[in-house]
Design a protein around this ligand. Sequence first.
Ligand code: 6R9
Length: 665
Amino acid sequence: MSQNKSDKIESMMDEKRLFAPPAAPSGDRRRPHVNGMDEYLAHRDRADKDPEGFWGDRARQLLDWFTPWDKVMDADMNEPRIEWFKGATLNVAYNCLDRHLTNGRRNKAAIIWQGEPEDDVRVLTYQMLYDEVCRFASVLQGLGVQKGDRVALYMPMIPELAVAMLACARIGAVHSIVFAGFSAVSLQNRIQDCEAKVVVTADAVLRAGRSIPLKVNVDEALKDCPSVERVVVVDRAHSNCAMREGRDMWWHEAMADRTLDTSCPCAKMDSEDMLFILYTSGSTGKPKGVVHTTGGYLAYAAHTTQWVFDLHDDDVYWCTADIGWITGHSYIVYGPLALGGTTLMFEGVPSWPGPDRFWHIVEKFRVNIFYTAPTVIRALMREGAHWTQKHDLSSLRILGSVGEPINPEAWMWYHEHIGHSRLPIVDTWWQTETGGIMISALPYATTLKPGSATMPLPGIDAAVVKPDGTPCGPNEGGHLVVRKPWPGMLRGVFGSPERYKSTYFERFPGMYESGDGARTDEDGYTWVMGRLDDVINVSGHRMGTAEVESALVSHPAVAEAAVVGMPHAIKGEAIYAYVTLSAGTEETEELRAALRTWVRKEIGPIATPEVIQFAEGLPKTRSGKIMRRILRKIASGAGSDFGDTSTLADPGVVQDLIEGRVQLT
Ligand code: 6R9
């Protein structure tokens, strides 16, 4: 464990402050969905005793099904075989759109979009969003996209992205969203892996006052993607990107076709049909295509959105994530829209044109529920609380946090300056693989402890276990696992059943292994410590060390590379790379800069190493395994206390590495 992590844990170990939940808002219409601890405990009790009854009821209450299921759950995590709502049929777009046209929400704002330029605001009512989705679903069908085909979405945060997702869901196509900050190489790998037939993109991304070309990356990626037949391009920035005749078409032209079938019927999907693939970093090799299916995922997204954010019909709800990550999938698009909520979608960055961008938007749209990441809080905290005081934040009711453990200092700042010392903060622990929130407070029920995600949601059997799978005692650190299946869990790693099994279900038979370390305190509160595997959490985003290493060694000057996480005040963790150069290559500042650019280009800006240390050799065991524990220690500034180094082939390298340590400026 790195210095950073142990510091964090120490400060969290001392954390004793308690914050009671606020009184419920008055009025029947605003009665919290889970009102008080007694209701919470009743749900938990029911879910423990009768999980199928509990989840069946929730799925029936929250979604419209074309045909009912034969069995709520048929699962065995040993195999693993996971099926939820077996035999039932439904459609995700129907649940997010069609049904709201006749239940009184037709003219309600489904999406409020704030573009980066202040005046770029679009509001799509449920009717308008429905019309757009039907049109684009017809466009996709016209391009030959059929049920089960994969469509890659590589887009900025614009409403067309949500439209494209729902259009895929409508016709049973599987979307695979690639974060627009990823490079052409990353895009290419993902398209190749899922064999997408169509790519939807935009000419450029508007970000921090600049227009960053995007379509060029698609052109680059498609040099070696034979599965892709057509590309649809949104003209976001009027940047005159190149269009390839016969392959590329403009979104606005395709949508203007008056012969399109604007009532495009919903495909009847089996509950276990694939809804989307989302790639995420693991500890080894290439990113994994996490597979989510229709019924269980949507039921779980809707269920958690309703309970954790207490979403009501007249709320304006804002999750600041990018839809390129799972948080945006579940908590900007699917969860809120399934519930008929109003979801705010934002293009841009928190710091431009000023560090009060978010607070300005909260005031502008009277946001009630605000969900963001600790890295954002820390960055804005550094700019000073006076930026928050310029705005009326009194509309806020609930605050949320996701992506990494929130350190108590950031929690307190969030609570005092954004929550005016009265709002609950739901710190939500979950993963791409879990589909939705797993461990979190419920805003009107749970007493909070800053830095703890509190307790598993009702029906979620999360536990901290020892390496042999038996439960840890109070405050004993161990592996965070889930011992019972839940509807939102992943159903596979695309194209790789072995990797699915070995990554999540092998080490602890019959349980789901999260890869995170945690402890449970004497009150049953969970404190997540971070990854136990070789995954770094940079600004709340997962980055596999193996991915960055493989990008580095693909550079001709590099012989060997080892990458670890180092503590970083804003990002939580940053990337520290140790690089051994090929014989005869000189260690220069130019090369250092070139390697950083190289990684950016290979993977994307989030993978850029903060520090590159040139090293003569790496600390290896006699069997050739790099001892990352030592590298992590050195990166975090330690000069001694390296634990047992007796298995090192050459103990001398440690001292050399300490001497060559690069200080952050
Ligand atoms: C939703 C998301 C998952 C990893 C996860 C853990 C870390 C996320 C957290 C948290 C502590 C929280 N993580 N939320 N750690 N407290 N509230 O972030 O998914 O991108 O797959 O990352 O993020 O380490 O394993 P994903």
